[in-house]
Design a protein around this ligand. Structure first.
Ligand code: THU
Length: 163
C-alpha cells in the first residue's frame, strides 16, 4: 500500500482592501452581478465576474427555473459566456460572491462540484491557471488554480476520440 497526500494552497485576505485594485474591481463586478441573479426558489443569489486577458470583464449570476435542475450556477453562466464570446482568450482571474436574506455571506462561497469541473476545463483548455477569488464578509480566499479546487479530477483521459 502506498499513500499520497494532496495539498491545497489558499491565500486568505481579511478584507477587500488587501486585494489589488484590479481584484477589487473584479469583486465589485461580481457583487453587481449577484444582485441581478434570478433565484426566486432558493433566494440565494450568486454572482461571478471573469477577467479575460484582453481586459474584458464578463459577469454572470445564477439563473433558476421552476424545473429546478434546468437552472444554472453563476460561475458556469459567466465562464460559458466568456468562453463562447472569446474562445481564444484565456481567463486571468475570477471572483465569486453570494448574498442571502442576511446580506453577503459571512464565509467565502464554495463553488459546487459541477462548476469546479467547468472552471478546471477552462484552465486546461487555455493551458493557463487563473486566480479564483472566493469572497465572504469575514475573509476572501484566493486559489491560484482550479486544480486546487478539484483534486483527482476527471480530465477526459480515456475518452475515445474519432480520428
Ligand atoms: N449556486 C451558484 O450559483 N453557485 C454556487 O457556487 C453554489 C450554488 C446557486 C445554484 C442555485 O441557484 C442556488 O445557488 C442555490 O443552490
Amino acid at each position: 500500500m502506498k499513500q499520497i497526500n494532496l495539498t491545497t494552497s489558499i491565500e486568505i485576505f481579511e478584507s477587500k482592501e488587501e486585494l489589488s485594485r484590479q481584484e477589487q474591481e473584479l469583486v465589485k463586478h461580481a457583487e453587481e452581478a449577484c444582485r441581478k441573479a434570478y433565484a426566486p426558489y432558493s433566494e440565494f443569489n450568486v454572482g461571478a465576474a471573469v477577467l479575460l486577458e484582453n481586459g474584458k470583464i464578463i459577469t454572470g449570476s445564477n439563473q433558476e427555473n421552476a424545473a429546478y435542475p434546468s437552472g444554472l450556477c453563476a460561475e458556469r453562466t459567466a465562464i460559458f459566456y466568456a468562453n463562447a464570446q472569446y474562445p481564444d482568450t484565456p481567463v486571468v482571474s475570477m471572483a465569486i460572491i453570494a448574498i442571502n436574506k442576511n446580506g453577503i455571506l459571512e464565509n467565502p462561497v464554495a463553488p459546487c462540484g459541477a462548476c469546479r469541473q467547468v472552471l478546471l476545463e477552462t484552465e486546461l483548455r487555455f493551458k493557463k491557471a487563473y486566480d479564483i477569488l472566493l469572497v465572504g464578509q469575514s475573509s476572501i480566499q484566493k486559489i491560484k488554480s482550479s486544480k486546487d479546487l478539484l483534486p483527482l479530477s476527471f480530465i477526459g483521459e480515456g475518452l475515445l476520440k474519432k480520428n
